[in-house]
Design a protein around this ligand. Structure first.
Ligand code: G3I
Length: 328
């Protein structure tokens, strides 16, 4: 039977992806290598600033190169992640007290070396990641504090200069899925970059979601399909593509049958909303198995957010996602 990626691409859409950390687990890596479920990968950490330029103008590419080699070998697209982000940003940048001009030259040197090295190898770059607060105002990052909102169009202009003409350039953020102030903030960013006459090709919705009301979700469960569809259109209607870039749906563990069912329904809603919007090109799930996840490290009592359980059995969410794709 056809899997997720095979079914999705047979409907004319671009990719179903997963986050990739290269590690010694032949079962997990085998699922990623197979053409069945995933035809795209996103480096989970290897292309972030702390990994690629840990000290000024000292570039370290072993991890990122390994991801590109993996993609070449197993014929995967690569969503490259991420160029300008306040987190996993080495202290020499975040605490550097650079003036506006110097910080822009540091950004240019970083983007030139990282995006330039993988020129046209990335189908997409997350150029700017997580620039917004929950209320839709700008996050007070070193980039915003030093340069103001112009750091965003400047980042896109530099990415366009070095990433290669085959690469789509994205703004990427989380908690856009609810259609609230933050979602409108991302729309404002899209319009801002467009108003500078600079290339921006898409908005990525990370989609770190939950299937139950918990303190960590701010009380919000994965919205209904209509809300999700409406949010995708906020951006798609401005002429860019959209995608779910880091999907996972967590809940408080331990796992029960009911919780797996609620999770499967949430995955189906997300999948259906992407189906509903023609310029929704793909869905990347933020990992493969519940054995490996960033979630319990951040939300202590939560997890089990992915499509395969810790023993690599497919969960109900896998089946519900596949069924939606097959029906479309
Ligand atoms: O590499 C070190 C290792 O040397 C050390 O021994 C170990 C001990 O803690 O830490 C390792 O670094 C960890 C790194 O992942 C690589 O495994 C960091 O502690 C850990 O914080 C880091 O977490 C990553 C997180 O981003 C950091 O912000 C997750 O793997 C990654 O899934 C997560 O991904 C982000 C996206 O990039 C952006 N959107 C949100 C998403 C989830 O937080």
């Amino acid at each position: 039977d056809k899997g997720l990626a095979q079914s999705w691409t047979s409907k004319g859409r671009q990719y179903i992806g997963t986050a990739l950390t290269i590690r010694d687990d032949s079962v997990e890596q085998g699922i990623i290598k197979s053409p069945t479920d995933f035809n795209s990968i996103t480096p989970e950490n290897a292309m972030k600033w702390e990994s690629t330029e840990p000290s000024r103008n000292n570039f370290t590419f072993a991890g990122a190169d390994a991801i590109i080699d993996f993609a070449d070998k197993y014929k995967k697209e690569v969503r490259c992640h991420t160029l300008v982000w306040h987190s996993q940003l080495p202290a020499w940048v975040s605490e550097g007290n650079f003036d506006n001009k110097t910080l822009i030259s540091i950004m240019e040197n970083h983007i030139k070396n990282v995006a330039g090295r993988y020129k046209n190898k990335c189908t997409h770059w997350d150029v700017v990641n997580e620039a917004l607060e929950e209320d839709g105002t700008y996050r007070n990052s070193v980039f915003y504090k030093t340069i103001g909102e112009a750091f965003i169009p400047i980042s896109f202009r530099l990415a366009a200069k070095y990433a290669g003409s085959k690469t789509k350039l994205y703004y990427n953020d989380y908690n856009l899925e609810y259609g609230s102030a933050k979602a409108l903030g991302a729309q404002r960013i899209l319009k801002l970059v467009q108003s500078y006459g600079v290339q921006i090709d898409g908005v990525g919705l990370q989609a770190h979601l939950t299937s139950e009301s918990t303190a960590s979700s701010g009380g919000g469960v994965t919205p209904d399909t209509d809300t999700l569809t409406r949010v995708l259109r906020l951006y798609a209607d401005l002429g860019v593509e959209v995608a779910y870039t880091e999907l996972d749906v967590r809940f408080t563990t331990p796992v029960t049958k009911e919780k797996l069912k609620a999770q499967a329904d949430a995955y189906a809603r997300v999948t259906q909303s992407c189906i509903n919007v023609k310029s929704c090109v793909g869905i990347t799930i933020w990992g493969v198995s519940d054995k490996y996840s960033w979630i319990p490290g951040v939300f202590k009592t939560e997890g089990a957010a992915l499509l395969w359980d810790e023993q690599f059995n497919k969960k109900p969410a896998y089946d519900s996602m596949l069924k939606r794709i097959q029906k479309f």
